[in-house]
Design a protein around this ligand. Structure first.
Ligand SMILES: NC(=O)c1ccc[n+]([C@@H]2O[C@H](COP(=O)([O-])OP(=O)(O)OC[C@H]3O[C@@H](n4cnc5c(N)ncnc54)[C@H](O)[C@@H]3O)[C@@H](O)[C@H]2O)c1
Length: 363
């Protein structure tokens, strides 16, 4: 298979992680990059041996770009993805797909109308630890799962990110809770209703360069998400509580017959433990040796392979749009002080990776 040419738009903090991981996937090859800041794009491109374009139009005119990878800030996702689809390019976007449900659906319709692929992060459900958890639960090892706990204690972004304002503007649900929401809906099923409450615990912050700013969204959110079939996801999300909290990014799935604890929704080598109700946790063997950390381009590589193989890709836009619906419902519920808000959309659960089967008990 000839590798698909990747053009990265938005060469900020996470672009380096993508560029490094793209090198490990033969299905894809980094060919071009652009950014609102052309100097940043030029430095990024020079370090990675690809072409820099001074504008998005320039990148979209580059015939070597088959797939645009949208790594811009959250607010720009919709517009950049729309323009790339209109230019006839497949798109893989960082999360969220868009900030509004209507925009997410518009992008899906645009891609479908032009026969283009649209994929979206988080694809961390494709990690070895996360696939191990998914395989274990889909194999009914916990019985019916009725309660999921997720902890998103993402801390004070202004202490490490050079441009934190955009993250506080969209908020911790949009920026980080998308990970456990995607994983829980992948493993257990789509959401049906959301109740959420938010607090501004520490509204005044100071950026690394000394600039004071006020956060634009609650920095502590409690949400209860009812999933199809009746399971309830209890989610705690904070841009105040962070390290050294012990449950940073952890998830637990509790079923009639047992429980599974996943050390992180993001790290592919997170601990996976399971135990019977009333018993104690034991390690669950990984479905294959895990990648250390997060392989950022795994969802993108799966989309490239899916294009070649003529099958659906796993990090799909329908699920990403469903997650945007959950985020919108949570925001509406916070405004209405915890009133339940319905979610009606759905998506087909992505299949496990081919390497993610677990041996039957007794074998
Ligand atoms: N930083 C992380 O650890 C991390 C991890 C996973 C996912 N993400 C996601 O990746 C995305 C980018 O995050 P980041 O941390 O790299 O942010 P960042 O602010 O460091 O970088 C974003 C880049 O996009 C550029 N940009 C903004 N609008 C643009 C536009 N319209 N056209 C072209 N370029 C534009 C900015 O100039 C900047 O260089 C976000 O959606 C975030 O949720 C970030």
């Amino acid at each position: 298979m000839k590798p698909l040419g990747i053009g990265i738009v938005g060469t900020g903090n996470i672009a380096g992680g993508y560029a490094r991981d793209i090198l490990t996937h033969p299905e894809i090859r980094l060919v071009a990059a652009s950014d609102l800041d052309p100097l940043r794009a030029a430095a990024f491109a020079e370090a990675r041996g690809c072409r820099a374009h001074a504008s998005l139009d320039g990148l979209l005119a580059d015939e070597a770009v088959d797939v645009v990878v949208n790594l811009t800030v959250h607010h720009a996702h919709f517009e950049v993805t729309r323009r790339a689809l209109e230019a006839g390019r497949h798109v893989y976007s960082e999360k969220p797909l868009a900030l509004r449900s209507t925009e997410a659906r518009e992008l899906i319709a645009l891609a479908a109308g032009r026969g283009l692929r649209l994929g979206c992060s988080p694809a961390t459900f494709l990690g070895e630890a996360q696939q191990t958890a998914a395989a274990w639960i889909r194999d009914n090892r916990l019985g019916t799962v009725r309660a999921i706990y997720a902890d998103v204690s993402w801390g004070r972004i202004e202490t490490w990110h050079p441009a934190p304002a955009a993250f506080f503007d969209v908020g911790v649900m949009v920026d980080v809770a998308v990970y456990p929401l995607t994983l829980a809906t992948t493993i257990v099923g789509p959401a049906r209703a959301v109740r959420a409450w938010g607090w501004n615990l520490r509204p005044d912050r100071v950026a690394i360069d000394g600039t004071p700013f006020r956060i634009g969204s609650p920095d502590l959110i409690l949400a209860a998400v009812e999933l199809e079939g009746g399971a309830v996801l209890r989610l705690t999300a904070s841009f105040y509580v962070g390290r050294p909290v012990k449950l940073r990014g952890a998830m637990e799935f509790h079923g009639d017959a047992g429980s599974l604890a996943l050390g992180s929704f993001q790290d592919f080598d997170a601990t996976v433990e399971a135990g019977p109700y009333d018993g104690s946790y034991e390690p669950v063997p990984y479905v294959r040796p895990p990648f250390a950390g997060t392989a950022w381009a795994r969802g993108l590589a799966d989309m490239a392979a899916a294009i070649a193989e003529g099958r659906p890709h796993r990090a799909g836009a329908e699920q990403a749009a469903h997650v945007v619906d959950i985020l919108e419902a949570a925001a509406a519920s916070i405004t209405a002080e915890g009133r339940p808000v319905e979610v009606t959309s759905t998506f087909a659960a992505p299949p496990l990776m081919p390497w993610a089967s677990i041996p039957s008990p007794g074998r």
